[in-house]
Design a binder for this molecule. Structure first.
Ligand code: PEP
Ligand code: MN
Length: 350
């Protein structure tokens, strides 16, 4: 159910409706929009009695939301969600493209700082780096854990980049939330419902990667788990799905971008690195991602990919990243967007 408030409803009227919903044993989710506030209701098993709600002061109408995902749906919030980062001009969603770049894994301080310096100089606003790695083999490099989080905190300090890192379980979630700016839930954990709920109790943006065989509805239901706990700062990420194609690691499903934009207000990033698994495919698919309306890209960058401890073959060189930024800057205006680049990057851009 969704309570749509009148455009001139006062904050007191909105709070009174929320209190009424809580009295019914349900959970209100006030979602302010440009025109009016809508209040999503969750926790009900069947129909909510709309009679009393409709007669409360400031209420315009009460609507039944028929989709399985509610808070993630455009029915509940028409405007695109824009996630800001206080104290910076970085954002995910809206007119500015978000670019997240960095190595698959943090391997040591020198490696991480060298890559961070290069991506910051090219204009990235977000740095990615794995501290806790979900590896297919238990014998493969598993990440530096807390040491990696501390290295990335140093990178934020030095280069002003916002930090994106993956949490694998409840323990790493707590640590990542303490040290990073955006918590990534990986493809393998997209349906780890207890982890999603736990992430929903944070007040930090959560980036959810699409599971390798997840449908659009399943991806949005993962977002719904986080939002149902009161955390509305959710970013979706397409990173390729499993198909019969064997020319690439995964099949990057760019058609999910317009499909998601139709039904959801949440921002969507594209990861052409895991989406293709090949360095030479990253640039063309990053260009295509922006062209088809994605809110930005997340790419793996390594200055020495031949000795990377994970995902070297799909990691692009810093010079390739800089070239990609120049291309995205040119494509962005065609789709009504802008690529924001720091003053430092602008000075070094060709
Ligand atoms: C990653 O971003 O490094 C990663 C492991 O991604 P995914 O969960 O999409 O495989
Ligand atoms: Mn990786």
């Amino acid at each position: 159910m969704l309570v749509v408030m009148k455009s001139h409803a006062t904050p007191e009227q909105i709070e009174a409706v929320c209190a009424h919903i809580r009295d019914l044993g349900l959970r209100p989710h006030p979602l302010p929009g440009a025109q009016r506030t809508a209040i999503g209701i969750t926790g009900n098993q069947g129909e909510v009695d709309r009679g009393n709600l409709e007669s409360l002061p400031g209420v315009a109408e009460v609507i039944r939301v028929s989709k399985a995902y509610k808070l993630a749906s455009r029915d509940v919030k028409e405007e695109d969600t824009v996630i800001g980062f206080p104290g910076t001009d970085a954002a995910i969603g809206g007119g500015n493209l978000a670019v997240v770049a960095g190595p698959c894994s943090i391997e040591n301080r020198e490696q991480a700082f060298a890559i961070a310096e290069a991506v910051a100089a090219a204009g990235a606003q977000f740095f990615r780096g794995g501290a806790y790695k979900p590896r297919t083999s238990p014998y493969a490099f598993q990440g530096l854990g807390l040491d990696a989080l501390k290295i990335m905190a140093g990178i934020r300090e030095r280069f002003g980049l916002r930090i994106v890192t993956e949490a694998l379980d409840n323990e790493s979630l707590e640590l990542a939330a303490e040290w990073a700016d955006v918590i990534q839930i990986g493809a393998r954990n997209m349906q780890n419902f207890s982890l999603l709920r736990q992430a929903g109790r944070l007040r930090k943006p959560v980036l959810i990667k699409r599971g390798m065989s997840a449908t659009l509805d399943e991806l949005l239901m993962a977002a719904e788990y986080v939002m149902s706990e009161g955390n509305y700062q959710v970013v979706l990420c397409e990173r390729g799905v499993r198909t019969f194609s064997d020319h690439a690691r995964n099949t990057l499903d760019l058609s999910i971008v317009p499909a998601l934009k139709r039904v959801s207000h949440l921002p969507i990033l594209i990861d052409p690195s895991h989406g293709t698994g090949r360095r030479d495919s990253v640039l063309p698919m990053a260009r295509a991602a922006v062209a088809c309306g994605a809110d930005g890209v997340m790419v793996e960058v390594h200055h020495r990919p031949e000795i990377a401890l994970s995902d070297g073959p799909q990691s692009i060189y810093p010079e390739q990243f800089a070239a990609m930024m120049n291309d995205l800057e040119q494509i962005a205006p065609v789709v009504g967007r802008r690529l924001p680049r720091s003053a430092r990057a602008a000075a070094t851009a060709s």
